[in-house]
Design a protein. Sequence first.
Length: 90
Amino acid sequence: MARRWIVEGQVQGVGFRWFAQLKARELGLRGWVRNLPDASVEVVASGDDRSLEEMEKALRRGPPAAEVIQLRRLDAPAEADKCNGFDVRR
């Protein structure tokens, strides 16, 4: 199972990508996180349903310096299931 989220708010420049990577690895998820040009963050992850639900909860909170205003869940891209680890993309 795979999911894609767009996180909006004060989420760039606050360690959000590193936070997401750490949580994803802790949960055994595969995928990536990256900043988007509109100042939001995209997170794509694949794994079991329980771990994906935990990831979504963590993304709603974010790291201490972040302020998450909105979290949107979108269709995951097909390549999400082909990742070997969880990476920060630029």
